[in-house]
Each structure stands twice: as C-alpha cells, then as structure tokens.
Design a protein around this ligand. Structure first.
Ligand code: FAD
Length: 418
C-alpha cells in the first residue's frame, strides 16, 4: 500500500477530527507521512457523533428532485413534517436553494446520483480496512435496514426513489408485512408495505468508532491538537496553518471541516456553496425486545436506530445555519410515532442533540484540490451519508496526495465548482 519510495514522507495537517478527517489521517499515515489533526472540539464530537450510524451505500438519491420540491410547502406547514426553515436564515440560504432547484432536472438527478454512487459503492472497502485495523467489529451490526409504510402515499413516494436506486445498481427488496414481524419481534402489528435494504450496516456508536480510529492513529505516532484553525496562507511551497494557539507549517493540508468548510474556502479566496442541513436526535431506552436493525418509519421520515446506549430517534432537516440555537420541539414530537409501532417503548428522553450535516445543493461530496490552492485537499460534503463516506473520502484523499490514480472523474467533486 505504501508509496513512500516514490513519495517521500511529508508534514501534513488535517483540519477537522470528524470521520472524514480521522480517516484521511489514517490513510495518510499508511503512506508514512507525519500527520497532525487539529480540531477545537475534540475527536468525533460534531456530526460524526450524533448521526443515525448507518453505513448506507444505497443512499444515492439526491435531495434535489421535482417530487421533493413539490412537497416542500406541505412539509413546511406540518409541525411534525421532515423539513423546517428558520426564517431569519432564509436570505443566507437563498443561493444554495436556487442551486438545488437547478440540480433538479432529470439529467442532473441521474448525474448527481451516479457521482455519489461512485463513492458509496466503495464505502465498505474502506470501512472494512479501518474496522479490521482498529479491531472495532463489535461496534458494527451487519443486518440491513427496514423501511415500513402505513399508507400507500408514503410507499408511492419511496417507489420513485427505488427506481433511481435500482438505476444505480442497488437491490431494493419489497417484503410482505408478515415477513417484517418475523424479522423484528419488537413489532406488535404488521404494516401495509415494507422494504428491506440488505447492503447496509449500523455503527452502534459512531462517535466512539471515530474515537477508536483516532486512537489507532495516535498509537501509530499521529498527533492530535485541540486547536481551531483561523488562517491558511502559503509559505513558499508549504502552507502556514494559523490556529488559536500558534502556527503549524505543512507540506500538504487536508480540510475535513464538515459543515464549517465554507469558512476555510473563504480563507483560501474561493466560494463554496456548502451549507448545513441541521439534524436532531433524542435517545430513549431500548424497547424490550430490542430492534435488530434501523427502521425508517416512511410515513413520518423518522429513523429508529438500536445503538449501544439506547435507541436513537432521528428525523428530518432544519435549515438554520451554524449559529442559531437548537429547537428540540419537532424531534421530541417524533417519539410518539415510535411508541405507536413499539407500544412497549418507554418514552423517557435520555439525551437530545443537534448537529450539522455538511451539504451541497447538488448532493455531491467535495473532494480534491481547488485550482488556486495547490497542496490543499478537501474531504467533505458527505451530507446525509457523510458517516458512510468518511473512510472512502479519506482513502481517496491519501491517493490524491500521493498522486495515485483514483479511477474517478474528479471534476464532479471539485471544491471550487461554484
Ligand atoms: C441527525 C443526523 C443523522 C445522520 N445519519 C447519518 C447516517 O445514518 N449515515 C451517514 O452516513 N451519515 C449520517 N449523517 C451525516 C453525517 O453525520 C455527516 O455527514 C458526517 O458525520 C460528517 O462528517 P465530517 O467528518 O465531514 O464532519 P464532522 O463530524 O462535523 O467534523 C468536522 C469537524 O471539523 C471541525 N472544525 C470545523 N472548523 C474547524 C476549524 N476552523 N479548525 C479546526 N477544526 C474545525 C469541527 O469542530 C468538527 O469536529 C447524519 C447527520 C445527522 C445530523
């Protein structure tokens, strides 16, 4: 794997200690580079902590689709619907949203789905390498996911997605209601429709997995510093990375700052149309019996995920940027939907969380070097599947730093494509 003979070891700074940054650091270390990760928050404490933990290679369907856009007004009027806009944030969101609409034509939908698929298809390749090296298989459950539907309408909406998933080569299995009861003994009733996606896995504690990957990185000599990057400037052929605690000089820089990546792009002098789709979770105690796999309640866009510390209930998208305070009312309103299908569920909230998905309007990740900043590599924009894509984005980033062939059309992921 190492290219150290053709590529001498370099000093590399990775900005951001989420899954994308930590995975990049691990793969760069395989090439014998001296790697330092910088993050003021600590390892895996932002989006990579609180997500739904699914490794979801079939999730290739872009958000920008006419059927979704048509449903936006209805979604916004429903206080338990899957979409919320904090209206004071609308002026900032407008350019992002216009670009999303531009990306909703049939040809763009397919191109964007294929761009995601090229990375999603390799998600397990990288995860399996890192899980095996860090000895973390006990945090993974390889049991697929189920989507269940009470109404024909919600099921019809899903069938549109299924067409695209199948066009991207995925198997989407429609199941009879009785089969669902056998797969999930926790259910007390059957459902009108159910869908099984086999090629998914669940991380029982995504924050812990990210930390375990980081421990492996540190055990192999990597450095982690709790510092916030405030400036990025050329220093001859190298880069000066200024933080709230000093300066690091690096041959290469990897930017894996998730939803904050637009700020780093601004420091480098280019515009990146990346915003955050905020998301929430609440933790409640596991039902008895426990769910065996994540369940999507298709009628309400609610995800129920069995995790190490309890059952995680996640839902929907809120547009409100990085600074507005959280509003937990909507996620709390989702718990009764879970109770409806799991009557034995104890509705006791153990914790509540909000986090920031790093999202582009074309739903394509952001990978590679911007034209004006040679030596700086972005690994971000994973949006709803950023936990799935973190490791493979890290692997590809190490390939790009080494100048290895990636087999990808890198133009479509360019950080300065706007
Ligand atoms: C409710 C919810 C459910 C989700 N479910 C799933 C799922 O089931 N499957 C899936 O694949 N994805 C899921 N996601 C998406 C996924 O969590 C994210 O896309 C992914 O975690 C992003 O990882 P990251 O490493 O890019 O960013 P992050 O984990 O957000 O890490 C970025 C890091 O950069 C640091 N940083 C920012 N600015 C600076 C700076 N100036 N200097 C230094 N450091 C900086 C931050 O402190 C942060 O720690 C979900 C997201 C949410 C919100």
């Amino acid at each position: 794997m190492s290219d150290s003979q053709s590529n001498p070891p370099m000093d590399i700074v990775v900005i951001g200690a989420g899954i994308a940054g930590v995975a990049s650091a691990l793969y760069l270390q395989r090439d014998n580079h001296r790697v330092t990760i910088l993050d003021p928050r600590g390892v895996g404490e932002a989006a990579s902590f609180g997500n739904a933990g699914t490794i979801a290679p079939t999730s290739c369907v872009p958000t920008a689709r006419p059927d979704i856009l048509k449903r936006v007004p209805k979604m916004l009027m429903d206080p338990t619907g899957p979409l919320k806009i904090r209206w004071s944030y609308l002026p900032r969101l407008t350019p992002w949203f216009i670009d999303l609409i531009r990306n909703s034509s049939a040809d763009k939908i397919l191109t964007n789905a294929q761009a995601k698929t090229a990375l999603l298809n390799r998600a397990f390749e990288a995860y399996n390498e890192l899980i095996s090296e860090s000895d973390t298989e006990e945090l993974i459950v390889r049991n697929g996911i189920l989507q269940i539907f009470e109404t024909d309408q919600a099921f019809q909406n899903m069938l549109r997605e299924r067409e695209l998933q199948e066009a991207c080569g995925h198997k989407v299995e429609i199941l009879p209601g009785e089969a669902v009861r056998q797969m999930e003994p926790a259910f007390t009733s059957t459902f009108k429709h159910a869908v099984y996606l086999e090629n998914h896995a669940t991380i029982r504690n995504p924050g812990e997995l990210t930390k375990r990957f980081a421990s492996l990185f540190e055990s192999k000599g990597g450095a982690f510093r709790q510092e916030a990057v405030t400036g990025l400037n050329r220093d001859g052929a190298r880069w000066r990375v200024t933080t709230d605690n000093g300066v690091h000089v690096a041959d290469r820089v990897v930017v894996a700052t998730g939803a904050w990546s637009r700020e780093i792009a601004k420091m480098l002098g280019f515009r990146m149309l990346l915003d955050t789709e905020r998301g929430y979770h609440v933790m409640v105690p596991q039902p008895d019996p426990e769910l065996r796999r994540p369940i999507l309640l298709g009628d309400h866009s609610v995800f129920l995920v069995p995790m190490a510390e309890g059952m995680r209930v996640t839902s929907g998208v809120e547009f409100g940027g990085l600074n507005l305070p959280p509003d937990y009312r909507r996620i709390r309103a989702m718990v009764p939907f879970a109770k409806k299908i799991l009557p034995q569920l104890e509705e006791r909230e153990m914790s509540a969380w909000m986090g920031f998905r790093p999202s582009t309007p074309d739903t394509r990740p952001v990978l590679g070097e911007p034209a004006g900043a040679k030596g700086v590599f972005f690994a971000t924009g994973g949006s709803h599947v950023g936990m799935t894509l973190g490791p493979i984005m890290g692997k590809i980033t190490a390939d790009l730093v080494a100048g290895r062939e990636t087999g990808l059309d890198l133009e479509i992921y360019k950080p300065d494509r706007w």
